[in-house]
Design a protein around this ligand. Structure first.
Ligand SMILES: C[C@@]1(CC(=O)O)C2=NC(=C\c3[nH]c(c(CCC(=O)O)c3CC(=O)O)Cc3[nH]c(c(CC(=O)O)c3CCC(=O)O)/C=C3\N/C(=C\2)[C@@H](CCC(=O)O)[C@]3(C)CC(=O)O)/[C@H]1CCC(=O)O
Ligand SMILES: NC(=O)c1ccc[n+]([C@@H]2O[C@H](COP(=O)([O-])OP(=O)(O)OC[C@H]3O[C@@H](n4cnc5c(N)ncnc54)[C@H](O)[C@@H]3O)[C@@H](O)[C@H]2O)c1
Length: 217
């Protein structure tokens, strides 16, 4: 929005090797997720979603439902459990789909049903069937970082999450709230605001800012 050099350098970098995933942050409280599979992996994916968005709307479909899945869902108003076999029409209510069944043929059928409805799908632990991957997530208040290893090693993603969780100071969230106040109260035209916000935050990215990680004055 504010950069003057948008697109510059892009034309020279046309090779499509390397990590081609584009990170996005989904508003799962405004979208309907349908999760098929309510076993161990289904529980993992449900937990990952709810850890990030406790008001997510999720319909969980499973022929058998692990008691842990039922127990967890009792604490979240947005989660509905439907104990049944999967049918393609189950996806009619979906905005996005996560499949986590133990039947690889069924997972492929679920993908086809999702594609027929132009829905994005993650088939847990099956990269070749995924439109998107779940990532490891670092949280500091409103700050959230998503980590992906391009599917190379989810374990490394988890470890990097742990490192960053420890390394990033909790005060970062205070800084974020202060900058938000400032952003809302700055007067002047757009170009002036961009310049001001960049000037005030310059010290956050300089190498020799000193050893202190204090919130902004
Ligand atoms: C990040 C995280 C998010 C989440 O799931 O919430 C996530 N996996 C996590 C953990 C984890 N998963 C697995 C292990 C066991 C050790 C190991 O294999 O490393 C551990 C570690 C553990 O549990 O300790 C098994 C596994 N996972 C995949 C395969 C298949 C394959 O690689 O071919 C297999 C082998 C299955 C088998 O052997 O049958 C594939 C995927 N897993 C992804 C995400 C996507 C790529 C993310 C990226 O780009 O890095 C992708 C491609 C698709 C997807 O599922 O979205 C979450 C960390 C949560 C955290 O931060 O705590
Ligand atoms: N458990 C793990 O940690 C782990 C790790 C790596 C890979 N995997 C693989 O992931 C897959 C899922 O594992 P899991 O441990 O969650 O299995 P699971 O048996 O605990 O759960 C499978 C779920 O799929 C549901 N299901 C199967 N057919 C269905 C249908 N027709 N309609 C609706 N629901 C249906 C079952 O009812 C159940 O809820 C397996 O292929 C497994 O090999 C599991």
């Amino acid at each position: 929005m504010s950069g003057n050099n948008v697109g510059e350098g892009l034309i020279q970098h046309k090779d499509n090797t390397g990590n081609q995933l584009f990170p996005v942050f989904l508003k799962l409280n405004e979208l309907h997720t349908v999760l098929i599979g309510a076993g161990n992996v289904g529980l993992e994916k449900l937990t990952a979603i709810l850890n990030n968005c406790n008001s997510a709307t999720i319909t969980v479909i499973g022929r058998e439902v692990l008691p842990e899945v039922s127990r967890l869902s009792e604490h979240y108003a947005g989660v509905t459990i439907r104990q049944k076999s999967f049918e393609a029409i189950d996806l009619d209510i979906a905005d996005i789909v996560v499949a986590a069944t133990d039947d690889s043929e069924l997972n492929k059928q679920i993908r086809l049903a999702a594609k027929a409805r132009k829905l994005l799908i993650n088939v847990a632990d099956k990269p070749e069937l995924c439109d998107f991957y779940l990532g490891s997530v670092v949280k500091k208040g409103d700050l959230k970082l998503g980590i992906s290893t391009n599917g190379k090693s989810p374990t490394v993603a988890k470890r990097i999450k742990e490192v960053l969780n420890t390394a990033l100071p909790d005060e970062l969230d205070i800084t974020l709230q202060q900058l938000n106040d400032l952003r809302n109260n700055l007067t002047g035209d757009f170009a002036y605001k961009v310049k001001e916000l960049n000037r005030i935050t310059a010290m956050l990215s300089t190498q020799d800012k000193g050893k202190e990680d204090k919130p902004l004055p």
